[in-house]
Ligand binder design. Structure first.
Ligand code: NAD
Ligand code: DAU
Length: 357
């Protein structure tokens, strides 16, 4: 028994692999292209674990996907690999269409051929878990009901549109071919190993360096924040018990405006690593808004709570405290990301690479 995780060197994927190996004995193979967002240093703790295998490769590479599935014979694919940053999708949408749409298509086709050749329990037990986002539902006004799974798709950014397209492909591969697909749509994650282009790690890393903390527009946009470990637990739960063809929304019921997030992080840093130059809030700068910026996201997670019994373990207070503490304790990880040295990790430290681990 083994599972294949795509995008396992990214933020959520790495947290998932680490959690998976600490929660049980089942091996995991990670397929990751190692784009700028892939960081094998995040997986350093399991680099020598015999249950962990890493393969550097692109989910758009159909031959690689077919070889990997045939050789490794996973019982499930957990599909995280994607371009994930909205601002990058606005500057250059092409890579988002390639990895998120073509990549998911290629993976679904590879999974379909592999699954077709399985028999008995191997076939009925196989799962393709497609990891997606609440951004596919578009933007809410204040007072609107939270996103339920039945909410219409209204993606507003190139990133959200590419994820929406991939969700539709996953749905169609189940409906037409019977591929046992389950999809999760999660809200904003935060926690260890997040690349400091996203709001929370950006604020921590910039504040520690005495650099400005950019807040887009009026800073009153609202996101629903979930600690990454709770997302990983939700994915494990859906993999174990989710119904094929269903989607499950995952969220923390933590609707918080961006400016409040930034101020909270500043106050935690004031407490844990005070600056001689004064409170970190002095570094906050309101800057031009993100084009097409969604005003509010909120997830109704009652389906996964009711059907599968999942609930977040962290409050926002406990999760953000753990997160800030983690970044303070991992100065090397931050330094290597900032210098680009994390991209050399493969050649410096890694034994396993290539399509045949
Ligand atoms: P990330 O950008 O940190 O990591 C993405 C990983 O995918 C990287 O390791 C990258 O190298 C890899 N990758 C990208 N393109 C690839 C390709 N063509 N082939 C193989 N590997 C490739 O992203 P993340 O924040 O960890 O998000 C993971 C998934 O979860 C994404 O699908 C994202 O849409 C979804 N999601 C993220 C959040 C969030 O708040 N971060 C919330 C909900 C859903
Ligand atoms: O909702 C789930 C999504 O959350 C995921 O699907 C995406 O992969 C993930 O990147 C995240 O998208 P956001 O655009 O919400 O995350 P980001 O951290 O980029 O921004 C959070 C909010 O903070 C958003 O309203 C924009 C704002 N922001 C962001 C940055 C980087 C700022 O005000 N200043 C900044 O410098």
């Amino acid at each position: 028994m083994t599972i294949l995780v795509t995008g396992g060197a990214g933020f959520i994927g790495a947290n998932f692999v680490l959690d998976w190996l600490s929660a049980g004995d089942e091996p995991v193979i990670t397929l990751d292209k190692l784009t700028y967002a892939g960081n094998l240093e995040s997986l350093a703790a399991v680099a020598d674990d015999h249950r962990f295998r890493f393969v550097q490769g692109d989910i758009c590479d159909a031959a690689l996907v077919a070889t990997l599935l045939a050789e490794q014979r996973p019982r499930a694919i957990v599909h995280f690999a994607a371009e994930s940053h909205v601002d990058r999708s606005i500057r250059g949408p092409g890579e988002f269409m390639r990895s998120n749409v073509d990549g998911t298509f290629t993976l679904l086709e590879g999974a379909r051929a592999y699954w077709h050749g399985l028999v008995g329990d191997d076939k009925s037990g196989f799962r393709f878990l497609h990891v997606s986002t609440d951004e596919v539902y578009g933007s809410l006004e204040p007072g609107d009901a939270s996103f339920a799974e039945s909410h219409p798709y209204r993606p507003n950014s190139p990133y959200a549109a590419s994820k929406a397209a991939s969700d539709h492909l996953a749905r169609a591969w189940h409906h037409t071919y019977g591929l046992p697909v389950v999809t999760t749509n999660c809200s904003n994650n935060y926690g260890p190993f997040q690349f400091p282009e996203k709001l929370i790690p950006l604020v921590i890393v910039n504040a520690l360096a005495g650099e400005s903390l950019p807040v887009y527009g009026d800073g009153r946009q609202v996101r629903d924040w979930l600690f990454v470990g709770d997302h990983c637990a939700a994915i494990r739960t859906v993999l174990a018990a989710g119904r094929c063809g269903e989607t499950y929304n995952v969220g923390g019921r933590n609707e918080i405006a961006n400016i409040d997030i930034v101020q909270t992080v500043c106050r935690l840093l004031d407490e844990l690593r005070p600056s001689a130059d004064g409170p970190y809030e002095r570094l906050i700068r309101f800057v031009a808004d993100r084009p097409g910026h969604d005003r509010r996201y909120a997830i109704d997670a009652s389906k996964i709570e009711r059907e599968l019994g999942w609930r977040p373990a962290e409050t926002f207070d406990s999760g953000i405290h753990r997160t800030v503490r983690w970044y303070l304790d991992h100065g090397d990880w931050i330094a290597h990301v900032k210098s680009g040295a994390y991209r050399e990790w493969m050649s410096r430290h890694y034994r396993q690479a290539g399509p045949t681990p």
